[in-house]
Design a protein around this ligand. Structure first.
Ligand code: GUN
Length: 279
């Protein structure tokens, strides 16, 4: 019988803890403040940004909202980031991605001060993670570490296989698992004999972006499976990259979709915002 890793419950517990920390900061006269920038009206991004603002409200973090038109130029966006970098009242800056095509995402990410980079996307943050120095860590992989630890999954010495090598999930995930002393393998679209590799995993982390691609043949009996994917099927039901209905019974623990990794991403963003006060 497998155990469900309840990301909703774990994220709620984390947010309650953060609320306590923010209350303590406020008692000392410090109010954490996150600036959230959205360019354009992409429906998914609008939902994500609203959820981030709601989480701030729940925890007691002040949020400043900048909803800019699609026609915003790169220079205008960079000027806003410069202003927010220089504002001592702002601790964290989040620019929702993707940006409109006429704006260079890398230039925007690099413009954010590493001290306010609550997404952990700045090259300095990524470099710090790579060499084990202090810095912000990308929220989804950081949330997965939190899920594993709070579910008492032993990481040290375990075979961890990650499918996906994106800058936001796969790559930082591999560095975090390495930091936790796992033996780490990163697979991707050009990996040969994928099933043979994933079958070795004690901990399998899936971030490929293909609905239900991972079936039971990819999973070792008793493995811990973490599903980062989220897709809306016809009929509106949500599913992950893992075919939950056939895989779950072969695992010892698995995250559901929805209610697994997703809620942890926002909770870790909130943690980064609280940490940004002392960065
Ligand atoms: N778009 C999709 N995920 C993210 C995220 O974690 N941060 C930002 N800024 N944009 C995103």
């Amino acid at each position: 019988m497998y155990q469900l890793i309840d990301g909703k419950a774990i994220s709620t517990a984390l947010k309650e803890e953060l609320k306590g920390k923010v209350d303590a900061l406020k008692a000392q006269g410090v109010e954490p403040c996150l600036a959230v920038i959205l360019v354009g009206e992409d429906p998914a991004s609008t939902v994500y940004v609203n959820n981030k603002k709601k989480a701030c409200e729940f925890i007691g973090i002040k949020s400043l909202s900048y909803e800019l038109p699609e026609s915003t130029t790169q220079d205008e966006l960079l000027a806003l980031i410069d202003k927010l970098n220089a504002d001592d009242g702002v601790n964290g800056i989040l620019v929702q991605l993707p940006l409109p095509k006429h704006i260079d995402e890398d230039a925007v990410i690099q413009a954010i001060s590493p001290k306010k980079d609550v997404d952990g996307f700045h090259p300095q943050s990524v470099g710090a993670l790579c060499i084990g120095q202090k810095g912000f860590v990308s929220c989804t992989p950081a949330g997965i570490i939190e899920l594993l630890k709070r579910s008492n999954v032993e990481i040290e010495g375990k075979e961890c296989v990650i499918i996906g090598r994106s800058n936001i999930v796969g790559k930082p995930m591999s560095l975090l698992m390495l930091r936790e002393n796992a033996t780490v393998t990163v697979c991707h679209s050009r990996t040969k004999n994928l099933k043979e590799v994933t079958k070795r995993a004690d901990i399998l982390i899936v971030a490929i972006g293909k609905p239900k691609m991972i079936t039971a043949e990819y999973v070792k009996e008793g493995a811990v499976v973490i599903d980062v994917g989220i897709h809306r099927l016809e009929g509106k039901k949500l599913c992950g990259d893992v075919d939950f209905d056939t895989v779950a019974e072969h695992t010892s623990m698995i995250t559901p979709v929805p209610g697994g990794v997703g809620p942890m991403t926002i909770a870790m963003l909130m943690k980064n915002c609280v940490d940004s006060v002392t960065m």
